[in-house]
Each structure stands twice: as structure tokens, then as C-alpha cells.
Write a protein that binds this ligand. Structure first.
Ligand SMILES: Cc1ncc(COP(=O)(O)O)c(C=O)c1O
Length: 378
């Protein structure tokens, strides 16, 4: 069921749904099956399901919903990394060159260094703020695929998807966009010309810090076939319980994003006023280096903010002084969290650099708690 004029709240709940039928639940319950009864004779009756690694009804419902938000056909994966792996390896092989963000999610760079290069794929790394110029200057001429991550995690830089895509298409390269931070409500890379939009649905899309999921959405049928074939053969299909929980969770995406963004707006003002904080980044705050492009390209803000405290000890003091902000990695969940990125290695950030993920608690409570914790830094 789709309504192109519907708002984000309606789309979060109703995207991909089949018309309700009397006596049936509003949303189908999960179907727990690995094999399905095949019937007595081939061909299978009416294209019925055969085996859940490749087809199953609960996954189809979830994919229909996410695909509708993305404006494409969605394939769901067991994790965001499985989705990224499929996006790259379904398209690139030995002797191909792929261009990845040098400032994006660290495990994507590990995927390249530890796995892709082992399979003979050449990898070039370009920073998000530099990719548009790189592409315009012919940098993608012999590339098979460029992956963008915008806003980038954790520095929250933004690049112009449409501009990079124009240059990539002219060079014959594919464009995939890691849309995790933005979410499908916050940005539609496929409408901006990208070939694939990829997400870690572990983050805000499902948003309760209790699921691992990822997805790739595409508009091209041949690309869909390739990515689905890769997933089905390598076996990174999520199970029905994850798919059902993911679908259930995304119904509240609009509400959660709205509160997270309101909290992020208030938190970034508080951080901006604190003498203990430097290097504040929130793409929707006027004056942020990403502000102009984010406002033009993105559809709505979210709750991820980054900033720098003096050092590791300052982050520890902040964490022991707060009651509401939890030390945890990942982002986009209902809880407000703080992640000192340097503890994981891999990101080019200072020891006191933190990513704040604003949850859906009351703004006043978060501000009061964070303000007291910042005061404790002296
Ligand atoms: C931008 C981005 N892409 C991909 C991933 C990987 O997702 P997952 O942990 O679901 O595999 C993450 C995880 O933090 C991420 O932040």
C-alpha cells in the first residue's frame, strides 16, 4: 500500500503494507519456517515459498516497507556490514577499483583492507568533503564503484550525492550511499541518482538497540538480481523474527527521529556554550560546515552530534557525572549515549572526541543532566 503524498508518520507505519483483511491481524505475525511445503508436483503452486534463505513472507513484508521509504526495491541483510559487503562484492571483482570514504565507518575500511584487497579489488580512499572535487576531476574514470557515506560517521561531513553521481555515471561507475546516519526518512539517495542506498538498520531505522539488521535498496532490476543472488548464495539473509521486529520497530521511526532531532538541537546549543567543549558538529546547526549542503540535500535532521572534550580523562569524568547519558557505541537508539571514538582505534580523531547519540528522553531531563556533567569538568 503506498501513498506518495503521505507524511513521514503515515509512511513509517503503513509503507509496504497490504490492504487489511477482516479477521486478520493488522500486521502479519512472523512466519517461522526454514523449508516450506513444496506441494506434490513441480512447478510449485503459484510461486509459493520454498526455503527461507531466499524467500520468506515476513522478510518480504519488511523489505516492502523499507523499500517504499527508500523509493526502491529493498533487500534486507543480517547486519549493516553484510549489506555493505553485498553492495560492493555483487558489483566489483578482481582487477576492479572501488573508492571508499577515508573518514567513514571504520569497519568499512577494515572490510577493504582485510577482505576486498585479498580478492584483488583495488581500493582508493577519499575523504567525504573532497569526493565531489575528486569525482569532477576524473578521479572515478576507471572506478567500478564509489561508496559515499553522508553524513559521515563520526565526523558528520556531508557530500553532494547528486553531483558525485553525475560524475560517476559519466565515468561509468556505480554509486552506493551508506545512508545509515540519515535514515530513509532523512535522505533519499536513489532519488538523487545513486544506484544503491545501503543502511545499517541496527541504528535509527529500528532504533531500540536490540537488533542487528542492514539493507540495500536499488531501482535497477539487474542490480537487484545481482545483490539478491549474492545474498542468497552467501547466506546473509536475516531470520523472520529479526525482520518482524525490524518492521514493528520502524513504525515509530518518524516519532523517534523527531524527538532525537529536537534533543540534538538543544544539546548542541548546550555544548556550544560550554567552555569544556570544542569542535562541535551537528549538520543542522547554522554555522556548521555541513549546514548548507545538509539543508539542501537532506529531508530532515537526526540525533547524532559530535564534539571534542579535552582528553580521555575529561570524557571519563563526564560519564561518571551523568545519570542519563550511557557509554555505548552505535547510535540512533531510544537511549542517549556517548561514545569516545578513539577507544576503538581506526578513526582519525582526538582522544577526547565523542559522538553523542540523542535518544528520545525528555529534552529538559537530558539538558539538566548533561549540563551538570559538563559543569563537573570545571
Ligand atoms: C555508517 C555505518 N555503516 C555501517 C555500519 C555497520 O552496521 P552493523 O553494525 O549493523 O553491521 C555502521 C555501524 O556502526 C555504521 O555506523
Amino acid at each position: 500500500m503506498s501513498g506518495s503524498a503521505w507524511g513521514d508518520g503515515t509512511r513509517s507505519v503503513r509503507a509496504g503494507e497490504r490492504p487489511a483483511s477482516p479477521g486478520a491481524p493488522l500486521r502479519p505475525s512472523p512466519v517461522f519456517a526454514a523449508p516450506f511445503h513444496l506441494g506434490d508436483l513441480p512447478p510449485r503452486a503459484g510461486g509459493a515459498d520454498g526455503y527461507a534463505r531466499t524467500e520468506q513472507p515476513t522478510l518480504r513484508d519488511f523489505e516492502a516497507a523499507v523499500g517504499e521509504l527508500d523509493g526502491g526495491r529493498c533487500l534486507s541483510f543480517a547486519t549493516g556490514m553484510a549489506a555493505l559487503t553485498a553492495a560492493v562484492l555483487a558489483c566489483a571483482g578482481s582487477g576492479d577499483r572501488v573508492v571508499l570514504p577515508s573518514d567513514g565507518y571504520y569497519t568499512t575500511r577494515l572490510l577493504a583492507a582485510e577482505e576486498l584487497e585479498r580478492f584483488g579489488i583495488e581500493v582508493s580512499y577519499v575523504a567525504t568533503p573532497e569526493i565531489e572535487e575528486y569525482a569532477a576531476g576524473g578521479g572515478l574514470d576507471d572506478a567500478r564503484l564509489v561508496l559515499l557515506e553522508t553524513p559521515s560517521n563520526p565526523l558528520l561531513d556531508v557530500c553532494d550525492i547528486a553531483a558525485v553521481t553525475r560524475a560517476a555515471r559519466a565515468a561509468g561507475a556505480l554509486v552506493a550511499v551508506d545512508n545509515t546516519t540519515a535514515t530513509p526518512l532523512g535522505q533519499r539517495p536513489l532519488a538523487l541518482g545513486a544506484h544503491m542506498t545501503v543502511g545499517s538498520d541496527t541504528k535509527a531505522l529500528t532504533g531500540h538497540s536490540d537488533l542487528l539488521l542492514g539493507h540495500v535498496s536499488v531501482t535497477d532490476d539487474e542490480l537487484f538480481r545481482r545483490v539478491k543472488g549474492f545474498r542468497d548464495r552467501t547466506g546473509s539473509t536475516p531470520g523472520p523474527f529479526e525482520a518482524w521486529l525490524g518492521h514493528r520497530s520502524m513504525s515509530t521511526l518518524d516519532l523517534r527521529l523527531a524527538r532525537q532531532a529536537a534533543n540534538a538541537a538543544a544539546v548542541s546549543e548546550l555544548l556550544a556554550r560550554s567552555p569544556a567543549v570544542t569542535g562541535l558538529r551537528w549538520p543542522w546547526r547554522e554555522g556548521d560546515p555541513s549546514f548548507a549542503l545538509a539543508s539542501a540535500q537532506m529531508l530532515r535532521p537526526n540525533g547524532v552530534v559530535s564534539a571534542e572534550l579535552a582528553d580521555e580523562a575529561a570524557v571519563s569524568r563526564l560519564l561518571s557525572a551523568t545519570r542519563l547519558w550511557i557509554a555505548a557505541t552505535s547510535f540512533g537508539g531510544v537511549h542517549s549515549t556517548v561514545d569516545r571514538r578513539a577507544q576503538w582505534g581506526g578513526d582519525a580523531v582526538a582522544p577526547g572526541f565523542v559522538r553523542f547519540s540523542c535518544g528520545i528522553e525528555d529534552t529538559a531531563d537530558l539538558l539538566e543532566d548533561l549540563s551538570a556533567a559538563l559543569d563537573a569538568l570545571g
